[in-house]
Design a protein around this ligand. Sequence first.
Ligand code: NAP
Length: 260
Amino acid sequence: MERFTVVTREDDTSVSLGRKISNHLTARNKIFDQIHPEIIISVGGDGTMLHALHQHMHQIDKVHFVGIHTGTLGFFTDYQESELETLLDDLVFGQPTTEEVQLLEVKRFNGDRFEVLYAINEARVENIIKTQSIDVWIDTEYLETFRGNGLCVSTQIGSTAYNRSLRGAVLLPSIRAMQLTEVAGIHHKLSRSLSTSLVIPENYLIRFESKSYYDSILCYDHLHVRLDGVDAIEFRLCKKAARFARYRPTSFIKRLNNLY
Ligand code: NAP
């Protein structure tokens, strides 16, 4: 891949590493191209990779991503800071394989009109001001009326992120599924919902309906939009995918072990 760009976290270490990568690659006749890169190199953490993915969402099917972590080993990042030389050699001489990661498609409905958003980790409805009531539908079947702070729909790759803090299960990479978890659900004699997380296969549709989403927000990865005026939200795993350049085998179990 000849045309590259670099997305860095704003700390000194990441900025300096990003500069080294750019200088090294341009000195070897690679082309720095922020508009039409073939490969995007993320320098920072998993959060930096999320920023890089969303910055290039409009051309996600045309670009590859690779990440170097300036903290620990992340889930989106294959190299640690001490492995800079290996990354540089791989970028110049390596032949990567492509790993595709399915995106979560989220539709915000206002009557018949809708807007589409995409997430890599998760999308969640949250209301920290008042109790949010949500009727949950799985395909055409009614599951429950949830009451509480909100609900989170996570992807497999997002299962180690916010989903894990909500006590959702961690899913291994070959599992193509969404996971629905509660955020501070209310459970007593008059209010009941599943309370555990629910793992839902990839071809299903999840629909949240509410009489009012006033004061609620829809967070998707590090981004968010307000839900005032929205009456339903749909979630599904879609054909759109983020493509990661893999220059060497990676171990999910090793990354997981490194997490705690
Ligand atoms: P951020 O600072 O960019 O990320 C928050 C933390 O989540 C960071 O430690 C980040 O790792 C880690 N992270 C991101 N994606 C991950 C993944 N797939 N697996 C494991 N850890 C992951 O925060 P932000 O900008 O608000 O939101 C970005 C993401 O952070 C969201 O998609 C959400 O999943 C996660 N988040 C988690 C919580 C929570 O667990 N309570 C709260 C808010 C947000 P790095 O340090 O490597 O960047």
